[in-house]
Design a binder for this molecule. Structure first.
Ligand SMILES: Nc1nc2c(ncn2[C@@H]2O[C@H](COP(=O)(O)OP(=O)(O)OP(=O)(O)O)[C@@H](O)[C@H]2O)c(=O)[nH]1
Ligand SMILES: [Mg+2]
Length: 224
């Protein structure tokens, strides 16, 4: 009985996600779902990423948190349209579901953007289970979280198209085996690109930005 209920929730989400995907395809918008545990640096990475791609790529952001508009305030300072979703209004969900994205996107002029970033709620488990109609998923892992996280949270790493290893600037101060982390990521998702960056020190961004721009442009080309 319990399994049936869970299936139904996921089935409904899947349908809604497909509707979102159709809408975004029609508009030629590349949608990126950014996920990580709390505090890995999703917002910091996105603040910096926006400074690299704007104004060349017209972008909007949907950001999910259980409470507060802190992240929306930070991201709005870059000048892009931002919609903050707070899930405590509907039960404190630990992830963004497809119907939430549909509602949030209705507050954005989709004819005026080529790229929609979704910063998911900080959680290394639930967001990976919910398709929101995105084109690609990226997981941000920071070096303070430990080498074994890809092995402990395999779904997240299996479901993502790329990983960002953030807070590289802290390596000199940590007992941390970066190569072991990279090996663990490849064990779960062989061939997955990993971008080593420091969001706060602004290092390592070029390969990540190139990967992103290629994705956005190939989606635009599919439309035209
Ligand atoms: N040293 C260092 N600190 C960082 C880096 N990136 C982010 N931080 C710090 O990590 C903390 C969390 O960063 P956020 O960008 O808020 O992380 P987040 O993943 O968006 O957090 P939630 O949205 O709450 O899940 C902040 O204090 C950042 O300044 C980095 O590259 N190096
Ligand atoms: Mg954040």
């Amino acid at each position: 009985m319990e399994i049936k209920v869970v299936r139904r929730v996921l089935d409904v989400n899947e349908k809604m996600a497909q509707q979102n995907r159709n809408l975004f395809a029609e508009k030629g918008i590349f949608v990126l779902n950014v996920m990580s545990s709390p505090g890995s640096g999703k917002t910091a990475t996105l603040e910096r990423t926006l400074s690299y791609i704007m104004p060349e790529i017209k972008t909007a952001v949907i950001v999910g948190d259980i409470c507060t508009s802190n992240d929306a305030d930070r991201l709005a300072r870059t000048g892009v349209p931002v919609v903050q979703v707070n899930t405590d209004e509907f039960g404190g969900d630990c992830h963004l579901a497809a119907h939430v994205i549909e509602k949030a996107a209705s507050n954005i002029d989709l004819d005026d953007i080529d790229f929609l970033i979704v910063e998911n709620i900080g959680n290394l488990v639930c967001p990976a289970e919910f398709d929101i109609g995105e084109d690609a998923r990226v997981v941000v892992l920071s070096v303070t979280e430990g080498e074994d996280k890809p092995l402990k949270y395999p779904l997240m790493f299996r479901e993502c198209n790329a990983a960002i290893l953030n807070k590289i600037d802290l390596l000199p101060y940590l007992e941390y085996d970066k190569n072991s982390t990279l090996k663990n990521i490849q064990q779960i998702n062989p061939g997955m690109p990993v971008f080593e960056i420091s969001a706060t020190k602004n290092t390592g961004f070029d390969p990540w930005i190139e990967w992103l721009k290629n994705k956005v442009k190939s989606k635009q080309n599919k439309k035209s």
